[in-house]
Design a protein around this ligand. Structure first.
Ligand SMILES: C[S@@+](CC[C@H](N)C(=O)[O-])C[C@H]1O[C@@H](n2cnc3c(N)ncnc32)[C@H](O)[C@@H]1O
Length: 278
């Protein structure tokens, strides 16, 4: 598992942070959604511990810290990505953040299983290439949640006809992928209704470079099944609207005239989870 993830994300030239979620920034629709979700749902509810799965670039550390969580725990199996989170923690001088990699998961379990008022994972799902990994990821939400906590797993909207475009907003070396980076999208079990584009097993931007980011897109059905198999409770899904037209246009590397209005376009979905009482 780690091999694949390391290949994807540990290449120093690849920063799998998204345009809207640049290093340390809290901008963009996902940041806004997460902030609103927490503000609304934790009104009076405990904000002691937050666990961030796939903490990667670390932007969620800023977010939950500003929203009053006292203890912040991040996990990422990708060494390069975890280093980015570490750099952010150092830069911001956070004293209340603990970060764990794959080899220290036992320690994380020991201290934080059943302790998280919030578990959040953003765009981890496309990094998981097998159903087993998907199920294991959802087990992590169940494992870390308190009885009353809430979890949010944010990913690409599986029914989005523009599937695959999200990856085009990744950065490397401060540039966007569409500057020439090759992008490969594995369409695992998603049925696409693409109209504007033809999506095959592979996708390319303007060609040239050989670096690749591999994303796996899972159907909503498989995500729901995996949640069930993991034994965590799905309480609902929320489509995340984009903040403005520019964001939609920036995300899509297509003929601008063909970009639908942002009202029609919701590239992200949040799966809201609670612990199944055992
Ligand atoms: C696309 S990045 C998103 C990073 C960050 N959440 C963000 O929004 O910028 C996906 C992250 O998931 C991590 N990841 C891969 N497999 C994982 C797993 N099984 N559990 C948690 N994180 C995982 C990767 O190493 C990578 O950092």
């Amino acid at each position: 598992m780690t091999d694949t993830i390391d290949n994807q994300y540990n290449n120093p030239q690849i920063v799998a942070g998204f345009e809207a979620l640049g290093h340390g920034r809290e901008k963009g629709s996902i940041g806004r959604f997460a902030r609103e979700f927490i503000t609304t749902n934790y009104n009076g509810a405990p904000r002691e511990t937050a666990v961030i799965l796939g903490v990667g670039t670390g932007w969620e550390i800023d977010l939950v810290s500003h929203l009053g969580f006292n203890k912040i725990v991040g996990f990422d199996p990708g060494e390069g990505m975890l280093n980015k989170a570490k750099a952010l923690v150092q830069e911001r001088k956070y004293q209340n953040v603990e970060l764990f990699d794959g080899s220290h998961i036992d320690e994380m379990n020991k201290h934080f299983a059943g302790k998280a008022d919030l578990v959040i994972g953003t765009h981890v799902i496309p990094a998981l290439e097998t159903r087993e990994l998907l199920i294991a990821h959802f087990r992590d939400y169940q494992k870390f949640l308190t009885d009353h906590g809430r979890a949010v797993a944010i990913t690409n909207n599986p029914s989005d006809q523009f599937h695959g475009y999200d990856t085009y907003s990744c950065h490397y070396d401060g540039k966007r992928q569409k500057d020439g980076m090759r992008v490969r999208t594995i369409l695992n079990d998603v049925k696409l209704g693409a109209k504007e584009i033809t999506i095959g097993g592979e996708r390319y931007t303007s060609g040239g470079k050989s670096l690749m980011v591999v994303d796996t897109f899972w159907s909503e059905e498989t995500i729901r099944e995996s949640i069930r198999e993991a034994g965590v409770k799905l309480t609902g899904t929320i489509l995340i609207d984009l903040d403005n037209e520019n964001e939609a246009r920036n995300l899509l590397n297509v003929d601008q005239a063909k970009v639908p209005s942002e009202a029609l376009y919701s590239p992200y979905v949040a799966f809201i989870l609670r612990k199944t009482q055992g």
